[in-house]
Design a protein around this ligand. Structure first.
Ligand SMILES: [Zn+2]
Ligand SMILES: [Zn+2]
Length: 110
């Protein structure tokens, strides 16, 4: 039998947690807070930031969202039924089909 070396395992030492200072825009890491501050005020960072904003574009689809919202309103998620108007949805909500889904079925089996 060979004697096992002492302390062979457990090489992973727990390091003290140090906050990583980095610029997610430029993907640069810094050694200190002051370095980061200097970077944020620099030209390089400003240019990168502008480039990102331009790439994102400023198109907003508010109208589309409104339509999507309206569509959602005319939809019964419980029954997975879509209707064409609010009155139809109201009618559906009062209908027996919807109620059957809404109310838990009470089986007399016992
Ligand atoms: Zn930066
Ligand atoms: Zn329903």
């Amino acid at each position: 039998m060979e004697p096992l070396p002492k302390g062979g395992l457990g090489g992973a030492l727990a390091k003290p947690r140090r906050p990583v200072i980095a610029c997610s825009v430029c993907q640069i890491r810094f050694n200190s807070q002051s370095q980061a501050a200097a970077h944020y005020q620099g030209n390089r960072h400003a240019r990168r930031l502008k480039g990102l904003e331009a790439a994102r574009g400023g198109q907003e689809e508010e109208e589309e969202e409104e339509k999507a919202k309206a569509k959602r309103l005319l939809y019964c998620a419980l029954c997975k039924v879509a209707v064409n108007s609010l009155s139809q949805l109201e009618a559906h909500n009062k209908g027996t089909k919807h109620r059957a889904v809404l109310e838990p079925r009470v089986d007399a089996a016992g």
